[in-house]
Ligand binder design. Structure first.
Ligand SMILES: O=C(O)CCC(=O)C(=O)O
Ligand SMILES: [Fe+2]
Length: 256
């Protein structure tokens, strides 16, 4: 599947930014360090063991400050997108490592906009970066132009899951302990796949409905994502501390 042209993506708030340096090789190197075996060895691993491994790799990426490294690699494009150089960066990132053929909720996040899961995140901006194994059969999906749908038109219900208890390893990996499901207000039939070339990141509004990246391919899909927010859009209502990093949710880029 060919990437959509820039003008079409822009209608959905999406901008693809090519990296200015080799951050992609560094990301792939960390994944190889933590997942050194042939991929099939991981397919049969139990969920908790696999999530523990994912968390080790994610912690390595956070401790090596790949949030800043990715931001640095797309800085001019990101500042142009935000219209300012004054922004904050999430103090952690999430590593996605979704295996083929896993049951719903095990390794992918259902359709959402960021404000489903945190106050004031409607002004947040997502940065999503493919690492390894990303294809049009397992990549992130989105609903075109859905970032403009008002919150009060979107009706959700809480589905409940026993797969990810609150404060568990899965929760630290960004899996929801009380996932919301969109009941109405969004035409999920119009879903598109977000094709992001390697050595690039996608920048998009936290309000864009996205997710549901079920892995229909035969390899593990490794990608990473975090949010940024303009300082002008940051409010005291933004989550003070990020449960997964133990740091403020958003921080100045120098102070990670
Ligand atoms: O990659 C995924 O499956 C989810 C990513 C996501 O929700 C995000 O980038 O905000
Ligand atoms: Fe998201």
């Amino acid at each position: 599947m060919e990437p959509l042209d820039a003008a079409t993506l822009a209608e959905s708030s999406i901008k693809i930014a090519r990296h200015q340096d080799d951050v992609h090789a560094a990301l792939a190197g960390v994944v190889h360090d933590y997942f050194p075996l042939p991929e099939s060895e991981y397919f049969s691993m139990g969920l908790e063991e696999y999530r523990a491994l994912m968390l080790q790799a994610q912690s390595c990426l956070v401790n090596s400050n790949f949030m800043s490294r990715i931001v640095d690699s797309i800085k001019p494009t990101l500042e142009d997108y935000l219209g300012t150089a004054d922004f904050l960066v999430q103090s952690n990132l999430y590593l996605r490592a979704s295996r083929p053929d896993m049951p719903k909720h095990y390794e992918n996040i259902d359709w959402h906009r960021e404000s489903f899961y945190g106050p004031n995140l409607e002004k947040s901006v997502n940065i999503w970066t493919p690492i390894l194994g990303v294809s049009s059969k397992n990549s992130l999906r989105y609903i075109p132009k859905s970032h403009v749908i008002p919150d009060d038109q979107i009706i959700t219900y809480n589905e409940g899951t026993s797969v990810t208890p609150r404060y568990s390893t899965g929760h630290k990996l960004g899996f929801n302990y009380d996932p919301k499901v969109i009941h109405s207000g969004v035409d999920l039939e119009t879903a598109q796949t977000l094709v992001v070339p390697d050595k690039s990141s996608a920048i998009f509004s936290g309000n864009l409905i996205h997710g549901a990246a079920i892995n229909l391919d035969s390899q593990i899909r490794f990608s990473t994502d975090f949010q940024v927010i303009r300082k002008a859009d940051y409010s005291v209502n933004n989550k003070k501390f990020h449960f997964s990093s133990g740091k403020p949710y958003f921080t100045d880029i120098e102070s990670h």
